[in-house]
Ligand binder design. Sequence first.
Ligand code: NAD
Length: 254
Amino acid sequence: MTDADGLDRAARAIADARRVVVSTGAGMSAESGIPTFREARTGVWARFDPTELASEPGFRADSERVWAWYAERRARMRAARPHAGHEAVVQLAGLVPDLAVVTQNIDGLHQRAGSTDVIELHGSIDRYRCLDAGHEYGAGEPPFALGGGGPPACPVCGSPLRPAVVWFGEQLPADAVARAWRLADACDVMLVVGTSGIVWPAAELPLVAGRAGASVVEVNPEPAAQGSAIRLADAAGVALPALVAAVQRLRHTG
Ligand code: NAD
């Protein structure tokens, strides 16, 4: 459980901050019913081999299976709803001059909650790209059928379509990385929520922020992020609303 002193220190750091970055991982979406990858009992990878389902060699070897797995994940993510923690991030943006969300999640829940400045480091389950020529198709209704039976063909060049997410062994989108690292280097507070700190390069963000002098606050029931000075040891849906309430109290008491 979060101790009162940690909550108070985190709230004071935020109340004094001009620039806040909220860096989120799979744990941010756990309370919306989307499993994380690494949690032993419920994690997606406990049942599947990631290199088969989330890599280009795996897709080339069995594109039908990978497409079907992503179709199932997409359906689950679309059915999920943002929780109180996502809403707290939206409220926090109204309490500080500048707040950006940098997420490893592909589920779009921050945007659906109402966050407007969201950098997606690992792509989005709602976008598609063709395997051979990189033609991109955005959210909304894509010009191809999304049903079963394997990946549809790219309407432009005919090559198979894959989800526009970052797979194992792939580079992160350069523009998203550049902006995220700039923000980490310039922020006063970085809130690190629900990430195990294992997946690089995203795991470097709190280190960049810490080195640049920011207060790094971790929200995670389990210890994880390296370099965090303050830890709120609760689930995101509990800790983030409590943090927002504490910042609001400070604002009212001056
Ligand atoms: P991870 O699965 O490695 O770790 C999740 C972390 O969240 C753990 O440290 C865990 O203790 C913590 N956690 C669990 N429940 C929590 C809660 N309610 N509140 C706060 N923290 C909680 O996740 P990761 O570090 O983000 O890396 C996995 C990769 O998998 C990411 O790069 C991401 O792209 C991808 N992924 C995305 C989704 C999604 O979009 N929702 C889901 C699964 C995996």
